[in-house]
Write a protein of this length. Structure first.
Length: 199
């Protein structure tokens, strides 16, 4: 077998008994790294440490991996302006987080004969959030519903990195000013309560 030393140096082609003897001498494990090579390649290493490091690398890679999520928001054609603003706020939050958003307009009864109301509502929403996302799939009728998909301009990994930086900045700020939030709470507690207005 071809033997590689503990710090990556080539020892050369040695018999198995000699390789095992060297492994005992260095107090390391003899690990086969390339079984299909001719002759097979083995390395002297601490196998427990090697397994731990590979698991940590895999975990770090998974942590930085982004999962594409499609969030869904349901609206009605005759939605109240305040409700529309609330739903739009959710869509904005999802797009900022780097997620796709599927907008569904649900038609009931006679509303089904007026699909243009749903189409106009979807166009309005797309225009309201155009700085954060784009129309990935144009509005189309699907039975009683009309569906449109919005995609974010920002990739999920970028959004995750920005969120991580913001969280670290908040932690650093909290460490720099530990008494700030406590002092603000004390000041509010000491402030005299306003007298109720007379009827």
């Amino acid at each position: 077998m071809r033997l590689v030393g503990p710090s990556g140096e080539q020892v050369g082609i040695v018999p198995l008994a000699k390789a095992l003897e060297l492994a005992q001498e260095y107090d390391l494990d003899l690990v086969e790294v390339a079984a299909n090579a001719r002759p097979p390649v083995c390395k002297l290493m601490d196998y427990g440490k090697f397994k731990y490091e590979s698991a940590m690398k895999a975990r770090e890679a998974r942590k930085n991996q982004a999962h594409t999520v499609i969030k869904e928001m349901k609206l009605r054609p005759k939605i109240d302006p305040h409700d529309y603003d609330t739903k739009k706020g959710h869509v904005v939050r999802f797009l900022k987080q780097g997620d796709k958003v599927k907008i569904t307009i649900m038609f009931r009864g006679r509303e089904q004969s007026r699909p243009e109301l749903g189409y106009r509502l979807l166009q309005r929403l797309a225009e309201d959030v155009q700085d954060l996302g784009f129309v990935e799939s144009n509005p189309k009728q699907d039975g009683r519903n009309m569906i449109m998909v919005l995609g974010p301009h920002k990739k999920k990994t970028e959004a995750m990195a920005e969120a991580r930086q913001a969280q670290e900045a908040r932690k650093a700020d909290a460490k720099a000013n530990p008494g700030k939030s406590q002092n603000a709470a004390e000041a509010e507690a000491e402030a005299p309560a306003e007298a109720p207005a007379e009827a």
